[in-house]
Design a protein around this ligand. Structure first.
Ligand SMILES: Nc1ncnc2c1ncn2[C@@H]1O[C@H](COP(=O)(O)OP(=O)(O)OP(=O)(O)O)[C@@H](O)[C@H]1O
Ligand SMILES: [Mg+2]
Length: 360
């Protein structure tokens, strides 16, 4: 009851504007796959091509191994959930859910039974006879998911389905959606510009910028080993240094900046390209004595208590800001404002990365 999706060299042009540029990805049957990227990068366009509302300008899309070019949306084994749910306010919940079955001529008793099964699945067992107006935002969202599942799709396409909900509910719904996906085994293709959402829910994530898929990997790899500066910056925070890389040896290279010479990882494919140094604030430490490598003298300029961690902004003599995050384990010592300290980071935790891959 789930199907894989293959995009091969898929492009989508609107006039002279290329919205999706040479997308290649194999989404596995039963996988929770997210497309993550900023507004306008082409996420919805990819989803609309998979669902059949628009045709690619070039390339092939297969669902369950079948080339779906030319197939209308209702001929594809996909269900689409939008940000705006469009539930029917004058129908009780169970009829909302089974509406797609009524259109297909399924009898009333079967529809009712099916709606109740789906309501149990989305954890709303007592909602069958309620009206839409009696439900909260998160409950409505679950009804929309039950309704989409009613027609037994092999692929669920979800376009920012949580963006209308408040933060707490959104976080709760992440876990709910993930659980529903695991229970049904249906392939989920999820779209979001919220990195936390994508990392928390997905088996794998495709990070997009300007119509191009920049990296496809599991959430850990996306965060720990971004392939370029766009992915590093879009997913998480960084201290970034500009400079010039020397020759690489054993995957490491020297990097000359105005703050001095650093050492960092340099992937073979980045050799010879212009690169910048990226290091996460949680891998940047502040100490009274100089660090053993990649160490810069700094003055503490701002301390901000975030709850689970403490963010310290320090400045170099040249005025460059370096942020260090200290985990709040209850006994962490917080540096004093104005304190003279040293910021340092391990070479293995720092990466020399090119900018995003762009068309051309
Ligand atoms: N029908 C269309 N005609 C012309 N341009 C379009 C059309 N649909 C989308 N675009 C353009 O293609 C680009 C990608 O749009 P898309 O809707 O896929 O972005 P998105 O990643 O979903 O963004 P958001 O996060 O804002 O929803 C945008 O620059 C958009 O203006
Ligand atoms: Mg969109």
């Amino acid at each position: 009851m789930s199907a894989g999706i293959d995009l091969e060299n898929v492009c989508c042009d609107f006039g002279t504007f290329r919205a999706v540029d040479d997308a290649n990805v194999s989404i596995r049957p039963g996988e929770f796959f997210s497309f993550l990227g900023p507004s306008g990068c082409g996420k919805t366009t990819i989803l609309r091509m998979i669902s059949g509302f628009i045709e690619p300008t070039a390339g092939v899309i297969r669902i369950g191994g079948q080339d779906v070019r030319g197939k209308r949306p209702n001929q594809r084994p996909t269900a689409l959930i939008f940000q705006n749910l469009a539930l029917f306010p004058l129908m009780p919940i169970w009829e909302n859910i089974s509406f797609g079955l009524e259109v297909r001529g399924v009898d009333k008793a079967t529809r009712r039974r099916k709606a109740e099964d789906l309501l149990r699945l989305v954890d709303l067992p007592d909602a069958a006879d309620k009206m839409v107006s009696q439900l909260s935002g998160g409950q409505k969202q679950r009804v929309a998911i039950a309704r989409a599942l009613a027609v037994e799709p092999s692929v669920m396409l979800l376009d920012e389905p949580l963006s209308a909900l408040d933060l707490k509910l959104r976080q709760h719904m992440r876990a709910e959606l993930r659980a529903i996906q695991k229970r049904t085994g249906v392939t989920f293709v999820y779209i979001t510009h919220d990195q936390g959402e994508a990392l928390a829910m997905s088996d794998r994530v495709g990070v997009m910028s300007q119509g191009r898929i920049q990296q496809i990997a599991d959430p850990r790899e996306i965060y720990n080993t971004p392939v370029n500066g766009f992915v590093a910056s879009f997913v998480g925070e960084n201290n970034i240094f500009e400079g010039r890389a020397g020759a690489a040896a054993g995957g490491m290279a020297a990097f000359d900046t105005e703050e001095g010479r650093f050492r960092a990882r340099l992937a073979p494919e980045a050799e010879g390209k212009p690169v910048k140094l990226y290091v996460r604030p949680e891998h940047t430490v502040l100490t009274a004595a100089p660090g053993t490598e990649n160490s810069v003298p700094v003055t503490v300029a701002e301390v901000s208590f975030e709850g689970p961690f403490i963010a310290v902004l320090a400045r170099t003599a040249k005025g460059r800001a370096i942020v260090s995050e200290i985990r709040n384990d209850g006994q962490a010592t917080v540096p004093q404002m104005g304190a003279a300290m040293h910021a340092s980071f391990a070479a293995e935790r720092a990466a020399l990365l090119p900018d995003a891959s762009v068309r051309g």
